[in-house]
Design a protein around this ligand. Sequence first.
Ligand code: GLN
Length: 301
Amino acid sequence: MIPVSGEVLHHWRCQAQTDAQNADVPLYEVDWLLQGVSALSQSDLSLGLYRDRLNVPLRQSLAWLTEQWQRRLVERVPVQYLVGETPWRDLMLTVTPDVLIPRPETELIVDIVQAWAEQQELTSEPQVWADLGTGSGAIAISLAKTFPQFHVLAVDISAAALDVARQNAERNQVENIQFYQGSWFDTLEDWYGQLWGVIANPPYIPSNVILELEPEVMNHEPHQALDGGQDGLDDIRLLIEQAPKFFQSDGLWLTEHMQGQAQSIAALLAAEAVYTDIQTHQDLAGIERFVSARLSCLDQL
Ligand code: GLN
């Protein structure tokens, strides 16, 4: 640990905040970086409780912090990649540029599954669920932790992403999870007719919109996790088409999507006779960001 005086740290923090303001970066990100390298809490920082301390132990030098903060301001590297982790629901997740940074709105996916589970008849039977395009493992790990009776299949095409997801499962002590490297359902043949739920936060941004995204996303997050083809719906269409044969008698199909896509996805689902109870769900800003459906009547397949 590197000891830094509270007063020097305070000075560094004030300067970093001024620089953030000038570079149009949220001031609170300075504290995220400081919390990533110290034992200081958000309230220690906001209330200035560290200022009188002779020594605040830091895991990195102030020179390192200055260098990282410049990368944030100039190169527009997301602060989560600099710190190497992000909180998400009740988890702390490792993130690297190999994975999309899990977003707060995606947290609601687990709430939707919870609401669905509450409506179902309770069963102690183990249920197999799949999180397709797991990235950092956020959804899969949260499902596995929230529902100990689930066996969660966490799938990603990227071996590097899957490494991060595995680390996150271990870090959060989740064991009822199994990892598969592959594209969507391609490596899941063993699970034909056995899934109770298929969940995804797939790439859904139209290819020509990617270039217009803010530089933090466009220059630093994996495009493979973002680009959903010409209308953004390539992967969602595939998930709708391929999911049915993997379900047991009745289950939940659920995806996140971009603002404005809800009606198209609902229409795609409605066009397949096996999906019923098609519902759109809003995020906390009141924007439709998720579509779910019940999969049943498998005799029609
Ligand atoms: N499932 C991960 C998440 O929700 C990754 C999503 C993605 O890469 N498109 O954050």
